[in-house]
Design a protein around this ligand. Structure first.
Ligand SMILES: [Mg+2]
Length: 197
């Protein structure tokens, strides 16, 4: 049987990274920002100057292991794997921390089968190549590209919810959700609701 893949982003999708991102803005760039001001990963790359990016990622890359995992994400990934799906995690984190990101996932027993970790990675191309059943993202600009190839769940956050983002990046193939539970209910209905803990 051919493998059926499900794709997921890492930061702010499987792991809760916004506290560290907020801290990086403060420590590396001296800007005190609030949760509602945190930009999406795409916006951030567009906003920051080259030097600022270097400073920002120097701090991020040295502290990413502080990011906590979302327990419902782990439970959902485990459920999907038990159903026979393969999980691919695709992150735009630097390839310099690819090995340590893998160790961090393994140490925390995150269920997955394949990891792509590369700055500026073309997520849509990978999703297309693996013919993923669906993808889970928090970055609306990326979701907009990925949704050309597969259904994409977008987890609601302030950085993807402005009227500008909604107007220019939403696609029919993007489903906004409050979190993993909603994705799982949508995909698996009662089977998910009545699962054994
Ligand atoms: Mg993300």
């Amino acid at each position: 049987m051919t493998d059926v893949w499900i794709g997921s982003d890492l930061d702010n999708t499987i792991s809760s990274s916004y506290d560290l991102i907020k801290e990086c803005w403060g420590t590396a760039l001296g800007k005190d920002i609030q949760l509602g001001d945190i930009p999406s990963a795409s916006d951030m790359l567009a906003i920051l100057e080259q030097e600022e990016k270097k400073k920002f990622f120097k701090v991020f890359n040295s502290k990413f292991h502080q990011c906590k995992f979302l327990l419902d994400a782990i439970e959902s990934l485990r459920f999907m794997r038990l159903k026979g799906y393969k999980i691919v995690i695709i992150t735009s984190r630097s390839s310099k921390i690819s090995k340590s990101t893998k160790q961090y996932l393994d140490y925390n027993q995150v269920p997955y089968d394949k990891l792509y970790c590369e700055d500026g990675i073309d997520k849509a191309a990978i999703i297309r190549e693996l013919n993923c059943k669906f993808m889970i993202e928090d970055d609306i600009q990326l979701a907009s590209k990925i949704a050309k190839y597969t259904q994409t769940y977008l987890i609601n956050y302030p950085w993807n919810s402005s009227s500008f983002h909604k107007r220019f990046y939403m696609r029919d193939n993007i489903i906004r959700v409050s979190g993993w539970n909603e994705i799982m209910e949508h995909e698996y209905g009662n089977e998910w609701k009545t699962r054994r803990p």
